[in-house]
Design a protein around this ligand. Structure first.
Ligand SMILES: [Zn+2]
Length: 77
């Protein structure tokens, strides 16, 4: 009799844990997608680093991750 309740409790606990981790995972996925959608990612023309458009330096139809790469890219060409 006692074993049956113990087993039932274990099953309920496993179910609860599984649902909780599923919901947490879904929440994080949605949040990650929202962040990705809100940021338009661009690629640095010099080092190929992906970065948000609002943080990139735009010049000559190209994006750069920092001023250094903007200048290095100009030197290289
Ligand atoms: Zn760069």
């Amino acid at each position: 009799m006692g074993t049956r309740y113990l087993l039932l409790g274990l099953v309920l606990w496993l179910l609860f844990t599984a649902i909780r981790s599923y919901l947490r995972q879904r929440h994080e996925d949605r949040r990650a997608k929202q962040i990705m959608n809100s940021m338009n990612m661009v690629i640095c023309d010099y080092c190929n680093t992906h970065l948000p458009q609002n943080e990139a330096i735009y010049q000559g139809n190209r994006y750069y991750c920092c001023k250094d790469h903007l200048h290095l890219s100009k030197k290289g060409k």
